[in-house]
Design a protein around this ligand. Sequence first.
Ligand SMILES: C[S@@+](CC[C@H](N)C(=O)[O-])C[C@H]1O[C@@H](n2cnc3c(N)ncnc32)[C@H](O)[C@@H]1O
Length: 204
Amino acid sequence: MPSKDQVLGDFYYKEAKRGGYRSRSALKLKEIAEKHRIFKKGQVVVDLGAAPGGWLQIEREMVGPEGIIIGVDLSQIAPLPFDNVWLIRGDITAPEVMEQVSSLAGGKVDVVVSDLAPKFSGIHDLDHARQIDLSSMALASSSHMLRTGGSMVMKVLMGSEFRQFLSSVERRFGSVKIHKPKASRDSSSEVYLVCTGFRGQSSS
Ligand SMILES: C[S@@+](CC[C@H](N)C(=O)[O-])C[C@H]1O[C@@H](n2cnc3c(N)ncnc32)[C@H](O)[C@@H]1O
């Protein structure tokens, strides 16, 4: 008999396919964005860890043709059929890659999202620590890129370093909510931090 997680995983996989999305993860961002009203038409969005591009599809739906979306990943992302979705293949921990993102954005951005995940070893503590390292890099980058009042959505794996990381996020944003999307498996330690009201670079 399949577990509840397997049944739900299969359901959301089929839902994502039906919607034409590249990843099941797309449904997680859709739920978060609709509930917390993250995106507005015409906004500039930076997506860290964007491959294969499911989140990019949701962002494009939400900001429309007048917005700008910049996706970055270590892996190649197949182009999307929109001229306002720009893709960079690179490592978000490399300063020159993030400089490229900033120069493409041409100024401060409205929203930074991060679904970054390391290559999983299966050892929870190690995977958690690596994911928190990536999220810390994403947070540091967002502090340079975001406009005051901007928003961030970030995946984080729960574990021993979570509380300390959460405190560093809370120092930078007026509101930080923890969201577990329906499409996220119960057995997964992932949660999403929904951060609004960036306080500005001096809060870093
Ligand atoms: C869960 S996937 C993202 C899925 C994506 N949100 C979607 O809906 O299609 C996590 C991604 O993080 C990327 N990643 C991990 N470390 C990275 C790094 N240092 N720089 C850029 N991308 C990285 C991985 O290559 C992987 O594609």
